[in-house]
Design a protein around this ligand. Sequence first.
Ligand code: GTQ
Length: 370
Amino acid sequence: MLNVEHERENLTSSSRQLGLAEYWVEREIIEDPAHRTTAVPFVWHWKDMQPLLAKASDIVPMEEAYRRALLFSNPALAPKAWMTTTIYGGCSWYNPGESAEVHRHPPSASRFVLHGDGGWTAVEGEKCMMSRGDLILTPNGTWHNHGNDGKEPVIWVDILDLPLAENLNNRWVMEYDYFEAKPGETALQKKTQTISKADDYSVKLYAIGGIKPTFIDHQRGESAGSPMFVYRWADTVKALNTLREFEADPCDGISVEYIDPTTGASVVPTMSFGVHLFEAGFQPDFQRKSSSTVYCVIQGRGRTELDDGKTLEWEENDVFVVPSGTWYRHVNTDPGNDLMLYAVSDEPTLKKLGFLRRYRRLADGAIVAR
Ligand code: GTQ
């Protein structure tokens, strides 16, 4: 007996020295989700965040900041400033005349505009002007720079799949070495890209659903995503209003997804972007997904009820996160107003990899897969 104990100790230490671990010792850590680094449900309130951003816009110069953003940092993922283990986000503020130099990176990025009419992102030669509720995409591989031509600050929510890129490809780099050449001349490095596309290029080419131009090259630079870089809020509202006559999903309400108009796929390979409409009085069922979703309240107020009796209370411009594995439902608490939530999830990634699971809990408590 003693001899076996001694041999087991030898086995453990010999294994360790060779960089090997014993499954039977590690089993609990491997199998029990409680041992994993997971995000927690969390809300960032606009009323708290806005004064800090305003202060930063006063005392943190753009030249130093590169991006003047406050990053939504999930308390369970510190020291990483990540919303979930796949999604990163921040709230950016550009004063009139401020800009950020042209760059690109493997994470796909997006802006959802909260305030201001003069803001823009130039993406692969298109100057995408933006207003509240508009979605601007800079898919993986696209060169982009930002600016504000208006008279008031521009504020937007950035969402990127940066943690996913980092977990899958830890050596990804931010590129700032943007070169442009006039025909016949040598290429010069530039901080701002020349606008080479017509105003509203994305909208003109792609914003009529079901009709796609067939004489235009849809590949834009090295983009890994949709050639449509701008999705206008007015179009989203129009679509949602038309859908009101149809029966809402019992968990998600009336919802739409922004898609690549040339394929019908998600606008970037990794993330799904969409908007949910919960009409006043609608009572959704609880649901649970293996994907994680981040939200921004574009209109209305309400709360997210979680399975443990906890709630996240939120109102306009608040940002919140529902991580993978959470039982939840969103409740519109304003009896006189529709609720509209901008939503970004990692669902396309999980779906492609075979990890996507979705469940709904019926009123009688029964759980059904969806
Ligand atoms: O504004 O393009 O928060 O490239 C992180 C990376 C914002 C941006 C971020 C970026 C940007």
